[in-house]
Ligand binder design. Structure first.
Ligand code: SAJ
Length: 426
């Protein structure tokens, strides 16, 4: 059997390579010619543990082939981006383009699976779109179980940094536009999924994906709000959380500089957009998390004002630890903001990236710097990402400067373990 995967990004490429590793003939389709040519050489255009090996093997065995235009296949998996437009509404333009690109090669008996995170109703919308493009075929939104084409929504929930593993191990939600659509998609996913495949309807599956990330966002917002309350009260939020979590039914997440990444900071808006009146908590959580970088900037500003020409080291730029991904990163936002506002001379440290990111290139008061040089020079050290590399920093390197630790990562270095758990630094 032959499977075409439309979109060779963070989700599509690992899925394509994994299916190929199970002996399926896979055609990877992407409009990005650079990505296609990299994959054709057995290389990967973004970094993710173990993915390069998997892709190289899939290409070398001839099971995975990357192309720019879709070819006929038995199943099509659509894994294209669904970004948030400036008005906080979902932009389904890439799904529309994917629909137009596969429509000409569709044949009766084909399965189409949408994997992109999507607002509720998008799979049904895709069915209607394709029906307009291919009036000679019948689709499940209208023909139900008698349709020529099967359509299902199967969201992805793999964690960046653990994708290759989680793609196989995680349970999978399979939402069919009809029961036969779900059953057909189930057959495809069972080829490589070791976790359970749980069948439901497409709308439910769409909301499940959004719910998972909204749930995490709301819980992180609780931690972030608590951190702002504690800053106002002069209390140590990590101690408050640690002690609260000793209650058998309390499990608070960790505060940080804000919420980044292309999922958690985006997906909850898809729920808000669909049901604005009903989603007050979800919207507020988004706003709380989006306000956290401003709170960190205000703390930096307060300290910087006490120096004549402060040197501020920003440690970490990525959206979370031990990855090289800068998308929606609050650390990057904070670093750019303090440079733009000219709060001081800014030293940007990011061990996971080789050179200064484009977003920071415009600032003449900002320099890309390695960890030890930055610490030697800085008056203020701001820990923005809890990368493993920063564990190596010793207490004595921090003691002569102002430390703003947004992750509670250096607590053990900065805090005197007196019986009140009070901070020694700051
Ligand atoms: N964060 C905190 N405090 C915490 C946990 C996370 O501030 O206690 C921050 C992180 O620093 C980061 C952001 O939240 O900025 C998101 O990080 P994450 O590790 O929670 O999640 P992502 O965005 O890398 O991946 C999420 C995952 N979803 C859930 O855990 C519910 C992943 O399983 C999904 O596949 C992915 O979104 C996706 O693609 O939707």
């Amino acid at each position: 059997s032959r499977v075409a995967i439309i979109g060779l990004g963070y989700i599509g490429l690992p899925t394509a390579a994994t299916l190929a590793s199970r002996g399926v003939e896979v055609i990877g389709v992407d409009v990005n010619e650079h990505a296609v040519s990299m994959i054709t050489q057995g290389k990967v255009h973004f970094s993710e543990p173990d993915l390069d090996m998997l892709v190289r093997a899939a290409v070398m065995t001839g099971k995975l082939r990357a192309v720019v235009t879709p070819e006929p296949a038995e199943a099509f998996i659509i894994a294209v981006p669904t970004p948030l437009a400036d008005d906080k509404r979902p932009d389904l333009g890439y799904i529309d383009a994917a629909a137009r690109s596969i429509a000409p090669v569709l044949e009766a008996g084909n399965l189409i699976v949408l994997e992109s995170t999507s607002p509720v109703g998008t799979s049904a919308r895709l069915s209607r779109q394709l029906a307009e493009l291919r009036p000679d075929l019948t689709f499940p939104h209208a023909a139900g179980e008698r349709s020529d084409i099967r359509i299902a929504y199967c969201p992805e929930r793999i964690l960046p940094g653990r994708m290759v593993l989680e793609l196989v191990e995680n349970d999978r939600i399979i939402g069919g536009l009809t029961p036969a659509c779900a059953a057909r998609a189930d057959q495809l996913y069972r080829i490589f999924v070791k976790g359970a495949c749980l069948l439901t309807d497409a709308n439910t599956a769409e909301l499940v994906k959004l719910t998972e990330n909204a749930y995490r966002d709301v819980n992180i917002a609780f931690a972030n709000e608590l951190s702002m309350i504690c800053d106002g009260m002069g209390l140590d939020v990590w101690r408050v959380i640690e002690l609260s979590n000793r209650h058998p039914r309390v499990k608070i997440l960790q505060p940080g500089p804000g919420v980044g990444g292309h999922c958690i900071a985006v997906d909850p808006w898809f729920i808000v957009d669909g049901m604005p009146e009903a989603s007050r908590l979800i919207r507020t959580a988004r706003e709380v998390n989006d306000s956290k970088p401003l709170h960190v900037i205000e703390r930096i500003r307060r300290h910087a004002q006490r120096f004549k020409d402060p040197v501020i080291a920003c440690l970490g730029l990525t959206y979370k630890p031990n990855v090289d991904d800068l998308r929606e990163s609050p650390a990057l936002e904070i670093t750019a903001h303090i440079a733009r506002e000219r709060l001081g001379k800014v030293l940007a440290v990011e061990p996971h990236i080789a050179r200064l990111p484009r977003e920071l290139a415009e600032f003449d008061n900002l320099r890309f710097c390695d960890m030890s040089d930055a610490l030697a020079e800085a008056d203020i050290a701001v820990l923005l990402v809890d990368h493993a590399e920063f564990r190596a920093i010793e207490a004595k390197e921090l003691l002569n400067k102002i430390v703003i630790d947004t992750r509670g990562f250096w607590r053990d270095r900065l805090y005197v373990p007196d019986r009140y758990g009070r901070a020694a630094a700051e």
